[in-house]
Design a protein around this ligand. Structure first.
Ligand code: AHM
Ligand code: MG
Length: 325
């Protein structure tokens, strides 16, 4: 049986980060709302087949993608926990067209952008999926509106993701550290299991959808061929799971632009910015192929971006080839 009692809990960790190390005040309430939401989503993911909660809703989301029933359930759970945290002024969500502006917003409020359930194609088949969160602090005298959410990733104060896999792991990146916590199912608490994550210098893996090779431009095809020649391929098809493996074991993830996806496949605000922040805080890098992800000035909440993410040296080498170098 786990002895989580001997480990530092997520709550103890974030209180220390926020109060003792000068990380933004009130952030602990946002993180604990994410943790509570994740605990509930994890239960739903585990029980979905038994509760007849798998499958599609019959709707398409703002991105034109088919909505799974668990996408909607997860989105509702996180909107509820974040709204009730008392520290969140606005929420942007991959599944919701317009931002959710929270009533009774405080002057120290935060803005959270999230993909509540990443890896939709894996939901029904018991393969690892996850949730992703980017966290910005609103200006103290600002009344939030839709435009308040359009901030570059370099202004994030923290980012987090959760993997619902063979165990449920929450990874939190703050200004000081990247730390991983595992959910103790019995107590419902997350406890520190990966105290200070740095992406390994070695890069055993590359993760990309090889089926897209034929629609890549010449330089990008060459970049992927170079990765294939050097590294082993691992591709789950859930960004969170692919990124988590590469963060712990070393690796690079690539979803570049192609003929069918001129702006890339993944979402800047919900996927690339938060994971780009985690990667950089852990010593890695995130690029579109032409610019640093975190420096993009967003023009649209649901905008897409090409994404090259992971080991810093390998990202830089890959980007140089994509640029025709
Ligand atoms: P989602 O947020 O709707 O689940 O879509 C994003 C997912 C990522 O998790 C994953 O990296 C990618 O889409 C997989 O795309 P593909 O099936 O084209 O390889
Ligand atoms: Mg996603």
């Amino acid at each position: 049986m786990p002895d989580a009692g001997k480990r530092i809990t997520l709550q103890e960790y974030v209180i220390s980060e926020c109060r003792d190390k000068g990380q933004n005040q009130g952030l602990e309430s946002v993180i604990m709302a994410i943790a509570e939401g994740s605990r509930r989503v994890q239960q739903q993911v585990q029980q979905a087949a038994l509760a007849d909660a798998l499958g599609v809703t019959g709707e398409t989301n703002v991105q034109g993608e088919i909505v799974q029933r668990l996408d909607t359930a997860s989105s509702d759970i996180f909107v509820e926990t974040l709204s009730q945290s008392g520290q969140v002024a606005a929420i942007g969500c991959e599944e919701i067209e317009r931002p959710v502006i929270v009533e009774g917003d405080t002057s120290e409020g935060y803005i959270v952008l999230m993909d509540p359930l990443d890896g939709s194609s894996n939901i029904d088949v018991a393969v690892s999926i996850g949730s992703i969160f980017g966290i910005w602090q609103k200006n103290p005298d600002e009344t939030v509106n839709d435009d308040s959410l359009l901030r570059p990733g370099n202004q994030q104060v923290a980012a987090a993701y959760v993997v619902y896999g063979s165990s449920t792991v929450l990874v939190l990146a703050t200004k000081h550290n990247v730390c991983g916590f595992t959910l103790d199912i019995e107590s419902g608490r997350f406890a520190v299991t990966h105290p200070s994550i740095k992406i390994p210098v070695e890069c055993p893996y590359y993760s990309t959808n090889e089926g897209n090779n034929k629609v890549l431009d010449g330089p990008t095809q060459k970049a992927i061929t170079l990765l294939r020649d050097k590294y082993s391929q691992r591709y789950v098809g859930s960004l969170v799971a692919d990124f988590h493996r590469n963060l712990l074991k070393g690796g690079i993830f690539a979803y570049p632009a192609d003929q069918n996806r001129k702006d890339g496949r993944l979402r800047l605000m919900y996927e690339a910015n938060p994971l780009g922040f985690v990667a950089e805080q852990a010593g890695g890098a995130a690029s579109t192929g032409y610019e640093r992800i975190l420096d993009i000035d967003p023009v649209e909440l649901h905008q897409r971006t090409p994404l090259i993410l992971g080991n810093k040296d390998v990202v830089e080498d890959t980007v140089a080839v994509i640029r025709g170098g």
